[in-house]
Design a protein around this ligand. Structure first.
Ligand SMILES: [Zn+2]
Length: 204
């Protein structure tokens, strides 16, 4: 079967062009990734994984506005540079830590910050495991803080206010008190008084 010469020629040219493109791009779902490959298999694998973890199907569609492949290239480039341009143990361990955190559904804020470049690639690759986990930890700490405020408010509510006590510091009778057995059971309880005007505390 002989096709006309020119068409075959054009086709060959197109195929050659495609071939070259394929050589410089990894393929996935039949569509090429947009980032440049480095020729070092380990580095290209890392770029592919960073790309996959940072993109959803929707995000890949929006790539014209949001060039994720540029961020991916920069992340891998900075990671490579920060590991003395070696793809050894340091590079691989650092990659795994970054990747794990990007993939963690609980750490969506990190992923968002990397995508929006609130955290720049050069800063991202040198983040410690603690810093990487921070958004989640921060949330937990915030939760604990809120709970402790709630608890302390609750304890104010259950404290007894009494005009019986006069603050020696400010002279007002805006005190609450609670009693506790601090010594042996047969002795009277100790009364702890807090002035809610000036914060003065004493026991009697
Ligand atoms: Zn007072």
């Amino acid at each position: 079967m002989d096709a006309p010469c020119t068409e075959t020629g054009n086709k060959r040219k197109r195929e050659t062009a495609n071939q070259q493109e394929n050589n410089s791009q990894e393929k996935r779902d039949g569509k090429p990734f947009k980032f440049r490959i480095t020729g070092i298999p380990m580095r290209d694998k890392v770029r592919t994984l960073f790309y996959q973890v940072l993109t959803t199907t929707e995000e890949r569609k929006q790539e014209k506005q949001k060039p994720i492949h540029v961020t991916v290239e920069e992340i891998e480039e900075e990671l490579f540079k920060s590991c003395d341009k070696e793809t050894g143990k340091d590079y691989q361990e650092r990659f795994r830590s970054l990747y794990r955190n990007l993939k963690d559904a609980k750490n969506a804020s990190l992923r968002e910050a990397v995508l929006s470049r609130t955290i720049l690639p050069k800063d991202f690759v040198v983040m410690t495991p603690h810093e990487l986990a921070n958004p989640e930890l921060k949330k937990e700490r915030e939760q604990l803080r809120k709970e402790s405020i709630r608890e302390s408010k609750k304890s104010v509510d259950t404290q007894t206010f009494s005009e019986e006590f006069q603050c020696r510091k400010c002279g007002l009778r805006k005190c609450s008190f609670f009693q506790m057995q601090t010594r042996s059971a047969d002795e009277p309880m100790t009364t702890f008084v807090t002035c809610h005007h000036c914060g003065n505390r004493w026991k009697q």
